[in-house]
Design a binder for this molecule. Structure first.
Ligand code: SAH
Ligand code: SF4
Ligand code: F3S
Length: 442
């Protein structure tokens, strides 16, 4: 009988892409993917350590697998991703029934690690960072899946060292992929039926910033925009300090580039931004937002915000609320600051109580929810272009797609619309999605 693996993915889109590589690697070993841990011979978690809660979740999940392992000692359990990279051997010590740990630069070693457990019951740990060439050569055997939208990695790692962030520590130094490789991959995906590409990196704006041997990020966007058959292009995520005029202008000149940018600001206080090592001021950030809106008046922004950074005062927090009111983000991911090992902020004096932080967090959430509702309400009764992605979970005969602003729209329509851009009249605006009526297929 075929051997089976079960894979659960936490964290950001980087991990989604890594999981596609993990799945391809297991498939090459003769394993097929199953949707339940009980049916699997190998259970893998691809993990995130960006906040303490995410890290604790991993241990919680592992605990769920213990009874399965007790019944079937041959079962192989492994942990990959950012928690694995951070903890390494310590994870094997902490979790006695864990068989293997593989870090963010060691997905390629998975077959060897698994075979070692299968054949010798040898527990394994691989967390050494690989050099640039090895990493670039490892791109990317991924599982093939029929899909309208796909992620394509353009760069990996991060050199920014924002003082609160674990990512540079667990993902390693920044490397950019060659534009030739990226273009080949995108063309291949479009030939398979993919219609929308999201270019991925911890900070795509710094693509090739330290090298003049290859194209800049805006030039890469231009080349991808020209690929026939592709309908839409997005990228995530952007660091405001590296958002150049050249890149801002792309929102005016490239037809396929969606009118949406995720531009995390983290805090509206210059004092906190400095402590965060973000390398921009509020005025500089707002100036870039203004220029984005000049070049592309329809653009909608989303952002990330941290509440409760060490030493944050009521004035600092008020400045964050002011920025949110001024920019009017369509959506915001709001986070309570979580101290991470090895980071500079973890050693900074604080002085705020947990209750104070929680109250601020709720005030921010209330404000953002009100603004989001107002922004999305503007779509009501509008006829919008929607790229149809698949059958909706909402019910029989319902399809779903997204607007240029990345908003999900559910509507009644035939399945052969998948992959096409249609127009839909928005008839209802909910918290996380719209509902509409099909106006016209292509
Ligand atoms: N590279 C991306 C961010 C990756 S992490 C970028 O710079 O845009 C995603 C978000 O998690 C960050 O934008 C930040 O808002 C949040 N985050 C990161 N570290 C955090 C921490 N220690 N505590 C709380 N939130 C954090
Ligand atoms: Fe973390 Fe800052 Fe790098 Fe984003 S840019 S991954 S927040 S260090
Ligand atoms: Fe989490 Fe690692 Fe992404 S820490 S946010 S999965 S880079």
């Amino acid at each position: 009988m075929n051997k089976a693996f079960y894979l659960e993915t936490f964290g950001c889109q980087m991990n989604v892409v890594d999981s596609e590589q993990i799945a391809a690697s297991l498939t090459s070993l003769g394993y097929s993917q199953v949707g339940s841990a009980e049916m699997a011979d190998v259970i893998l978690l691809n993990t995130c350590s960006v906040r303490d809660k995410a890290e604790r979740k991993v241990y919680g999940h592992l605990g769920r697998f213990k009874p399965i392992k007790d019944k079937r000692p041959d079962l192989i359990i492994g942990v990959g991703g950012c928690v694995a990279q951070q903890e390494g051997e310590k994870m094997l010590e902490k979790v006695a029934f864990l068989d293997l740990v593989f870090g963010t630069h060691n997905i390629h070693r998975l077959p060897e690690l698994i075979q070692d457990v299968e054949q010798n019951r040898k527990r394994g740990c691989a967390t050494t960072f690989q050099d640039r060439d090895t990493r670039l050569n490892l791109f990317p055997e991924r599982t093939v899946q029929e899909s309208v939208t796909r992620f394509v990695t353009v760069m990996q790692g991060c050199d920014n060292f924002c003082s609160y962030c674990i990512v540079p520590h667990v993902r390693g130094r920044e490397i950019s992929r060659s534009s030739a490789d990226i273009l080949t991959e995108v063309k291949g995906l479009v030939a398979q039926g993919v219609r929308e590409i999201t270019l991925l990196g911890q900070n795509v704006n710094s693509y090739n910033l330290k090298s003049d041997e290859d194209v800049t990020f805006p030039q890469l966007l231009e080349q991808i925009d020209a690929i026939e058959g592709l309908q839409r292009l997005r990228f995530a995520t952007s660091h405001p300090k590296d958002l150049t005029d050249e890149l801002i202008n792309c929102f005016g000149s490239l037809d396929k580039l969606c009118q949406h940018i995720h531009l995390p600001f983290q805090s509206g206080s210059d004092r906190i931004l400095k402590l965060m090592n973000r390398c921009y001021t509020v005025a500089e950030y707002l100036d870039k937002v203004e220029r984005l809106k000049q070049v592309c008046p329809q653009i909608r922004l989303t952002t990330d915000i941290i509440v409760g950074f060490p030493g944050e005062t009521e004035d600092d927090f008020q400045a964050t609320l002011d920025l949110v009111k001024q920019v009017r983000y369509a959506d915001a991911f709001t986070f309570l600051y979580s101290p991470r090992v090895e980071t500079a902020a973890a050693k900074m004096p604080d002085g705020q109580s947990a209750l104070q932080k929680q109250k601020r967090f709720e005030r921010l959430l209330d404000l953002q929810q009100q603004i989001s509702a107002e922004v999305w309400q503007e779509d009501s009764d509008q006829v919008l272009a929607v790229l149809v992605e698949g059958q909706s979970k909402q019910g029989e005969g319902q399809m779903f797609g997204r607007t240029t602003w990345n908003r999900i729209v559910n509507f009644q329509g035939p399945a052969d619309l998948i992959g096409q851009t249609v127009t839909v009249k928005i008839t209802g605006v909910f918290r996380n999605s719209h509902i509409g009526e099909l106006v016209e297929a292509q």
